[in-house]
Design a protein around this ligand. Structure first.
Ligand code: 26Q
Length: 817
């Protein structure tokens, strides 16, 4: 009896209500009549958790018993989104919960709205991690996600006079019902100090790391439920706490205040997510975060997931650690340190094990986004690891010289340690990983050819592609309930776990009845987002507009400025009488975007968008036919409502710059057409949906490279193109800035004189493609046909397919249990 897992409460309205009231009374300590919305939300979350609990225990029991190979997903970010809806879906409790709560006089929508999403990531990379762990659970693959429990996630964005102002994200303040802290399973992590050489009992020289300080990592477990399959995997996020050693210092030092400050110092490590998603600066605290969660995770797996006496020579049979970008790459020397210093492995044995335990995913092409840690900083914080990195490099460069005798320059180029710069983490990851993958076909090719060409020459078989994907549970089934119902009614519900089955919808693109239903759902989704934005932001979305959406982090390479030039150009043409307002296709452009707090150009672009919005939205000359909506604080929760309402998806990065994009996939799956460059996964989307149903524009990557090589001069485009000139000049005229002609100099002058991402070069082509959009949209029937085909042909972009590709090409394991 003691080993029998708890049973789940009965799967009925009665059973649910009983459990809910029990949780309300015993956990929140209130009767229903006196409970607050938050009490009710907390009790509801606990109730759903209780249904998942038996499955979680059972999953863990089976893993313990069968010892399958596990995927350890190492990611500094998980952008999970709200948990409640997903947990209800995974347990098939949505209807039961709604009915049960109604019996208690509670509207479940109110409780859903109470949840604060855990925003423990910046954007695409963090959201990808969340999709991947969802898919692995749904596919019955053993996986532990490891990361950091930031006390403050991505900042809350507000606008003050059109400018971005950041507020702390206090996501934990009303309680966090989805997490299970396990202080008893805390792990110690060491930092600083120095190393010593000594002779071991066996007469061999050994190294001892004598750290200067340490912290405690406290694990917080989250359930990762598979969709209706009884599996519940674990996401383990680490929180930093002061160790007893700190407490002792408090006791001994006499300087109580100083000692308490030391405690704060330890807890700072998991305090806040860094809001930069490129141009990493070598910040010591960031490296502390990286080592902190990686050291906790390796220790946790080795000490708690492996049976006593497990021979670590066999570690690769039990785990692959997938490195989500370079952020966790310090795990490589950490595993070497454990094997050599703690388990007495010889170098070659340790390297053999280590190099079979890791695989590396790269998410960028921007040179400035590649992490390089200054050696002095790394040596100060992790002296033993720096030594090991030097040693790894020595062995590696010996291999390079053997493969390319006499080619010293090549060895120099490939060195993990670049003199003057520091440790190139992408190189370290490539040397250590069994596999290196990019995140879309084009990106993987550019990775081979441009970022790591010497490495792909040395180890061609190491490089592979896995095109990203998104979870159909959250981004179709949950976010677009009406469309899901229509699909279910048409082809059954198998698509939720087998998204390629959306292909079966293709014939319905020509069915007038289906088209009408599809169009009605699009309209319903538009009303839903209109209601939300009115309540949330006081924004009005007019009826009957084309909904044109650009949501993603603000970056020059993503070219929000190009979208803005298009809008301002339309406005300019009406102002100057080149076209009548009645010729403007009724359109609302929706932006959603956060800028890194230190990224001045990005923040100025936000300011400009808001100022243009204020002017355009208020100008009667446009007769309400062109609107800009820029709701603040775009996040997963808003995405779930916004994406299903979109007609047009803006994916307009300079070709060769966006590694993949994943928003592009969500839009296509929800029946938006894409206007996009030949970049990232856009290439694959266009190939699948067909040219007729995709608005391609702009230079291709080779054309971009050639223009760059020739020497790009944006000013020549400004001089040669009167409409482009009139557009930029309108911004400089002061109409958007109360007559101030210089307010937006930073953005305008940059475009005219630098324009690193060639917005001006692609302007004409973009405007022409937008004209085609208008032409197509005027024929609603044909537009809806294309929208349906977008949905029907993009089932490939399920993260379930991505996970199958990782299993085959990288992890070499199959679903089990
Ligand atoms: C690194 C060091 C220090 C501080 C911050 C960082 C940091 C943090 C986040 C660097 C990069 C990121 C995030 C990158 C990211 O989200 N990349 C996106 O990944 C998606 C999933 O693969 C792709 O679809 C996008 O194309 C890519 O931009």
């Amino acid at each position: 009896l003691a080993t029998a897992p708890v049973g789940a409460p009965p799967h009925s309205v009665d059973g649910f209500v009983k459990e809910f009231l029990h949780e309300l009374n015993t956990n929140q300590g209130v009767p229903l009549s006196m409970s607050s919305v938050n009490d009710q939300y907390m009790a509801l979350a606990s109730t759903v958790r209780n249904y998942l609990m038996a499955r979680w225990l059972e999953t863990n029991r089976k893993v313990h018993e069968n010892k399958p190979k596990t995927i350890g997903y190492l990611s500094a970010e998980y952008l999970l989104g709200r948990q409640l809806g997903n947990a209800l879906l995974a347990t098939d409790l949505s209807d039961i919960a709604e009915k049960g709560l109604a019996l208690c006089g509670i509207d479940i929508a109110t409780l859903r709205a109470q949840e604060v999403e855990p925003g423990l990531g910046n954007g695409g990379l963090g959201r990808l991690a969340a999709c991947f762990i969802d898919s692995l659970a749904t596919m019955d693959v053993p996986c532990v996600g490891y990361g950091i429990r930031y006390e403050y996630g991505i900042f809350r964005q507000t606008f003050v006079d059109g400018r971005q102002v950041e507020q702390p994200d206090t996501w934990l303040s009303l309680g966090s019902p989805w997490e299970f802290p396990h202080p008893e399973a805390s792990v110690q992590v060491d930092f600083g100090g120095h190393t010593e050489r000594y002779i071991g009992e066996d007469g061999r020289e050994r190294v001892r790391w004598v750290p200067a300080w340490n912290v405690l990592g406290v694990p917080y477990n989250y359930m990762v439920p598979g969709y209706l399959n009884g599996r519940v995997n674990t996401l383990r996020l680490w929180s930093a706490q002061a160790t007893k050693a700190f407490d002792l210092q408090i006791f001994n030092s006499g300087d109580y205040a100083q000692a308490v400050r030391a405690q704060t110092f330890a807890e700072n490590i998991s305090k806040v997510l860094y809001p930069e998603d490129s141009t990493p600066q070598g910040k010591e605290l960031r490296l502390q975060q990286q080592y902190f969660f990686v050291a906790c995770s390796l220790r946790d797996f080795i000490d708690h997931s492996l049976e006593d006496g497990f021979d670590l020579h066999n570690l690769p049979e039990r785990i692959t650690f997938q490195l989500n970008d370079t952020h966790p790459v310090i795990a490589v020397p950490e595993l070497m340190r454990i094997l050599i210093d703690e388990y007495d492995f010889e170098w070659d044995e340790a390297w053999d094990v280590t190099s079979r335990c890791f695989a590396y995913t790269c998410h960028t092409l921007l040179p400035e986004a590649l992490e390089v840690w200054p050696t002095d900083l790394l040596g100060r914080l992790l002296p033993r690891h720096l030594e090991l990195i030097y040693q790894i490099n020595d062995h590696f460069l010996a291999e390079v010289r053997e493969a390319f005798p006499g080619d010293d320059l090549r060895a120099h180029h490939m060195s993990i340690i670049s003199h003057g710069q520091g440790v190139r983490m992408a190189f370290l990851a490539t040397v250590a990983g069994t596999k290196v993958n990019g995140v879309a076909e084009l990106h993987s090719q550019l990775l081979r050819d441009k970022v790591l060409p010497d490495f792909s020459a040395l180890w061609p078989e190491k490089f592979t592609n896995v095109t990203n994907g998104v979870t159909p549970r959250r981004f179709v089934r949950l976010s677009n309930p009406k469309l899901s119902e229509l699909i279910n009614d048409t082809i059954g519900n198998g698509w939720v776990t087998d998204l390629e089955r959306l292909k079966e919808l293709e014939p319905y693109a020509d069915d007038p009845e289906f088209r009408a239903q599809f169009a009605e759902i699009k309209a319903w989704n538009k009303h839903r987002i209109a209601d939300l934005l009115r309540a949330r932001d006081g924004i009005d979305l007019p009826d009957g507009h084309l909904v044109d959406v650009m949501v993603k982090r603000l970056h020059e390479y993503k070219r929000q400025s190009l979208k803005l030039l298009h809008i301002v150009s339309l406005y300019e043409q009406v102002l100057s009488g080149k076209i009548a307002a009645s010729e403007v296709m009724p359109r609302t452009v929706v932006f959603g975007s956060k800028a890194a707090p230190g990224y001045a150009m990005a923040k100025e672009t936000i300011h400009l968008i808001n100022k243009v919005a204020a002017t355009i939205n208020a100008d009667p000359i446009l007769e309400g036919r062109l609107k800009i909506a820029f709701p603040a604080n775009y996040n997963v929760t808003l995405a779930e409502k916004l994406i299903p309402a979109a007609d047009l998806s803006e994916q307009i990065s300079l070709a060769g710059m966006e590694a993949s994009g994943t928003g592009n996939m969500k839009f296509a799956l929800n029946g938006a057409l894409t206007i996009g460059t030949d970049d990232g996964a856009n290439v694959e989307i266009r190939k699948l949906v067909g040219d007729k149903h995709f608005f391609l524009f702009g230079m291709s990557e080779p054309e971009v490279a050639e223009l760059g090589a020739q020497g790009y001069n944006p000013h020549s485009y400004y001089d040669a193109n009167p409409q482009l000139k009139a557009t930029l000049d309108l911004i400089s005229s002061g109409v958007f800035s109360n007559g101030d002609r210089h307010l937006f100099d930073m953005v305008v002058e940059n475009l005219k004189n630098q324009d690193r991402f060639m917005a001006l070069a692609d302007f004409d082509s973009y405007v022409a493609a937008q004209a085609k959009v208008e032409e197509r949209y005027a024929d609603q029937d044909s537009w809806m046909r294309s929208a349906i085909l977008n949905m029907a042909r993009t089932g490939y972009f399920s993260s379930d397919r991505s996970m199958r590709d990782y299993l085959q090409r990288i992890w070499h394991t199959t679903p089990m249990l």
